[in-house]
Design a binder for this molecule. Structure first.
Ligand code: KG4
Ligand code: ZN
Length: 358
């Protein structure tokens, strides 16, 4: 590399979005997104009310190559001008991961450029450095269809899990409820919309683990209590649907804010040497306006700044993969073409210099 910046092509295919992006960077404070294309498979999974892994893999195969061409075109780049290729190698659905990582290996081999296997969660965790005025260290609430975690992000590769869900992810709680209430797919935005005119205190849904002193979550019991309430008041009027949605969302909000508050206090107490200035929410669920407002209020109370990346970078995208891969490449990481996909790969198990085989 002759210049002080590098350009990395990123591929994301761990769930139901096929995405490619090209990012230019010099260090953790300087990232520029040159192109960012995403193909969402929502329509293909809609008839089933959830992601079907076989359909997802096939769709990634069909869409990845044209998306790579588009990302290069939009950035006015040729493959031979790219300094590195980063692909999500875990966690996620194994079929999709194989499609993305194998394609990246082919490109790395053909173009003679380094390969970096990226942890999808690290992509989400480092996004605010790319999209917002944020610097290490910060507390991250990662809330998506697959993950619900509170993480202390100390620096590249140094993550401490403060809390996690013991069962369903928060996005799943939204999706399952929306499916049961027949509100539409994906469930999160549908339930948020349905709740707009509803009363959030008509139904008293459980707030699991709220009294436990840890920062963990549990959402699997929520749907059961929703089913119970519905059985009692059927048939449902429009008002019932709105009230059920709003009350259900309120229960989720209270779990998220209470545990986030506990995480902030714990970090302030246990990591006194760290100057935590930011509380970041990322993942698809962070685009929920009521959740965002409550988290912002919480941050104000704790005298730290609330940050949520723009929605298109909160949900799955490849800019975050190119960015995380680029930071690792700058840090000296180059993965072997032999690296496997890692469907289960907690962020805490990351290593600073290549983590895939650990
Ligand atoms: O981050 P994401 O796009 O994909 C992964 O799961 O990695 O998150 C998707 C999840 C889905 O469960 C979806 O229902 C939820 O985020 N979601 C929302 C909202 N928008 C998306 N949940 C609540 N309110 C929303 N506005
Ligand atoms: Zn994700």
């Amino acid at each position: 590399m002759t210049t002080d910046h590098i350009t990395v092509l990123g591929i994301e295919s761990s769930c139901d979005e096929t995405a490619v992006s090209i990012v230019k960077l010099e260090n953790e404070k300087s990232g520029e997104i040159l192109s960012n294309v995403v193909f969402s498979q929502i329509d293909e999974h809609m008839p089933y009310g959830g992601v079907v892994p076989e359909i997802a893999s096939r769709s990634h195969i069909e869409n990845l190559s044209p998306l790579i061409d588009r990302a290069l075109d939009e950035a006015s780049f040729k493959l031979q001008d790219i300094d590195g290729i980063a692909a999500t190698s875990g966690p996620g659905l194994v079929g999709g991961l194989i499609v993305g990582l194998t394609t990246a290996k082919g490109i790395a081999l053909g173009a003679g450029i380094p390969l970096i296997g990226v942890n999808h969660l690290e992509g989400h965790a480092l996004t605010p450095l790319l999209t917002n005025e944020v610097s290490f260290p910060y507390i991250l609430l990662l809330i998506s269809g697959g993950h619900t975690q509170l993480i202390l992000v100390k620096s590249l590769g140094k993550y401490i899990q403060l809390g996690t869900t013991l069962d369903d992810a928060v996005g799943e709680a939204f999706d399952k409820a929306a499916k049961f209430l027949d509100l539409g797919y994906p469930g999160g935005p549908a339930l948020e919309k349905a709740s707009e005119k509803g009363s959030s205190n008509r139904f008293n849904f459980p707030r699991p683990l709220l009294r436990s002193e840890d920062c963990n979550f549990s959402f699997s019991g929520l749907k059961t209590s929703l089913i119970r309430e519905v059985k009692e008041i059927e048939p449902l009027s429009k008002k019932d649907l709105a009230d059920l949605s709003a009350s259900y969302q309120q229960a989720i909000i209270e779990c998220l804010t209470t545990k986030s508050s506990r995480a902030i206090s714990r970090v302030k107490k246990e990591y006194k040497d760290l100057d935590i200035k930011y509380f970041v929410a990322s993942g698809g669920v962070a685009s929920n306006k009521a959740i965002g407002k409550s988290l912002n209020d919480l941050a104000i109370k704790n005298k730290i700044k609330f940050v949520a990346p723009p929605i298109k970078f909160c949900t799955d995208n490849a800019a975050m993969i190119a960015w995380a891969g680029g930071l690792r490449l700058l840090n000296g990481q180059k993965d072997s073409l032999e690296i496997p996909v890692t469907p289960r790969w907690p962020l805490e198990e990351m290593k600073l210099n290549g983590g895939n085989l650990g």
